[in-house]
Design a protein around this ligand. Structure first.
Ligand SMILES: *[C@@H]1O[C@H](CO)[C@@H](O)[C@H](O)[C@H]1NC(C)=O
Ligand SMILES: *[C@@H]1O[C@H](CO)[C@@H](O)[C@H](O)[C@H]1NC(C)=O
Length: 314
């Protein structure tokens, strides 16, 4: 079965690259109209999602919380995220290392990223580092504590959990920016499916399309929701749980503390746009891993132009 996937993949790859290059040439010929007028070529492209400066300060700040840990692909993963995040206006990156110190590698990386960031660290006790245990719990909670002690009622913002092994489109951030309580949207390539999504009827979430445990109260991936900053500040005890939480239940256990299913705000056209916002790349599955490595390597120079969307055709 796997070798069938691989052989198909390698036969298709050259054609996919040709399609990608053609799409890219096409977008270069008809550049997307920039809201910032009169900028020369390169700068215009870079400012595609930027708003005029006067309006930018009125936007809620997006706080993206990224737990990370040392491994060979760490810097590659962070680079991919930074290339997306640096294009998002009013963005603050909270990076929390699973480490007893803030490492030189991440410190240097962030200081060169050119965006507002906060660099934190907390070491996960060894007894929690076994397979079958929820991951990054301490790191996410450390970031929530930081927000609670450094932000106040006056700050307008949205909190998003941006794991470092996922891929996010630029549109996602503009969708989540209007979050009043807790917002949700579909996520691609998760739990062995092409996508997972909240099922929405009459503008309300009524259930979940998912490949794993649809009985979870909130059957949603970490990449599938955002929370208004004031909700985080207003529920000071809400956090990710270790005790009693199984892997894959963390999202649900957290959301239970701050909202109800009926109050969720569906984004992405009532959760019908299923394949262009966030991708959870499933590390256990070597087919998808291969696919993602190929995308990262071949598309790296192009990502900035089009926010990934066109490229996930394979
Ligand atoms: C953004 O700026 C334009 C032009 O100055 C103004 O007309 C518009 O109302 C502003 N929008 C917001 C949300 O401040
Ligand atoms: C979502 O559905 C509700 C109720 O059917 C509708 O009023 C609303 O306009 C829809 N939103 C979008 C963005 O399509």
């Amino acid at each position: 079965m796997k070798s069938l996937f691989y052989s198909r993949f390698f036969i298709l790859l050259p054609w996919v690259l040709i399609v990608i290059i053609m799409i890219d040439i096409d977008t270069k010929r008809t550049p997307v109209r920039s809201p910032v007028l009169g900028r020369p070529g390169g700068a215009q492209r870079h400012d595609r999602t930027r708003l005029p400066r006067a309006n930018r300060s009125a936007l809620p700040v997006i706080y993206a919380i990224t737990p990370t840990y040392n491994r060979p692909v760490q810097k590659a993963e962070l680079t991919r995220l930074a290339n997306t995040f640096c294009q998002v206006p009013r963005f603050h990156w909270i990076v929390v290392e699973d480490s007893s110190v803030r490492t030189e590698l991440v410190a240097r990386f962030l200081s060169h990223s050119g965006m507002p960031y906060t660099h934190l660290n907390i070491f996960t006790p060894r007894r929690f580092k076994r397979t079958g245990m929820p991951r990054a719990t301490e790191q996410r909670n450390t970031a929530l504590s930081w927000l609670r002690s450094h932000r106040s009622r006056k700050d307008v913002g949205v909190v998003f959990f941006a794991d470092d092994d996922n891929t996010y489109s630029l549109e996602l951030f503009e969708e989540m920016r209007s979050t009043r309580g807790v917002s949700v949207w579909p996520v691609g390539l998760v739990s062995g499916r092409r996508y997972e999504r909240p099922i929405v009827e009459k503008g309300r979430v009524v259930g979940w399309y998912t490949g794993w445990r649809p009985d979870r109260p909130f059957a949603i991936d970490m990449a599938g929701f955002a929370v208004n900053l004031q909700v985080v500040l207003g529920s000071p005890r809400a956090q990710f749980k270790r005790r009693g939480s199984q892997p894959g239940m963390q999202e649900s256990d957290f959301l239970k503390q701050i909202t109800k299913v009926g109050d969720l705000e569906p984004k992405a056209n009532n959760c019908t746009r299923v394949s262009s916002l966030a991708y959870h790349c499933y590390r256990g599955n070597s087919f998808i891993r291969l696919k993602k490595v190929a995308l990262t390597v071949t598309l790296f120079p192009l990502v900035k132009l089009s926010g990934m969307k066109h490229y996930l055709l394979i």
